[in-house]
Design a protein around this ligand. Structure first.
Ligand SMILES: [Zn+2]
Length: 141
């Protein structure tokens, strides 16, 4: 499990260059409490669960905790390279599941949470063109 060397900031406001992000990710919906991490800052309308935060920590790590890196490199590659997007999300979802296994002790609750993650990763919003069977394999690999 990865270490998180630096503190992340949580902001209940729209991310910087919101219009650009919305253009590249039309499925990103700030008003529906979707979360986006830009550098070392997590933008969301409401307080995410610790498990959801764990997922975002991975993205912050991938972005080197740098907003500049996010806007100059990560955002474009994430938006236009589906293989890269899958790699980034696979890492985040796997780490999130590993963390979920630590904090959710009840087996039924854990399997429900895994199903939630599977349907999320297979959701068209990620434009990964994978079904739930593949999504499950990716997360539990
Ligand atoms: Zn993610």
């Amino acid at each position: 499990m990865m270490n998180v060397p630096r503190k992340l900031t949580l902001k209940a406001k729209k991310p910087p260059l919101f219009g650009l992000i919305k253009l590249l990710f039309p499925y990103y919906d700030f008003d529906k409490n979707d979360i986006i991490t830009v550098g070392n800052t997590i933008y969301t309308r409401s307080m995410p669960s610790s498990i959801a935060l764990w997922h975002e920590r991975v993205h912050a790590h991938q972005q080197k905790y740098s907003k500049l890196y996010f806007f100059t490199f990560y955002l474009w590659k994430y938006a236009f390279n589906s293989r890269f997007r899958l790699q980034m999300e696979a890492e985040a979802f796997r780490s999130q599941y590993a963390y979920a296994k630590k904090v959710i002790k009840d087996r039924n609750k854990l399997s429900k949470y895994l199903l939630f993650m599977v349907t999320t990763l297979a959701d068209p919003r990620y434009k990964l063109d994978i079904n739930e069977k593949i999504a499950r394999e990716i997360i539990t690999k």
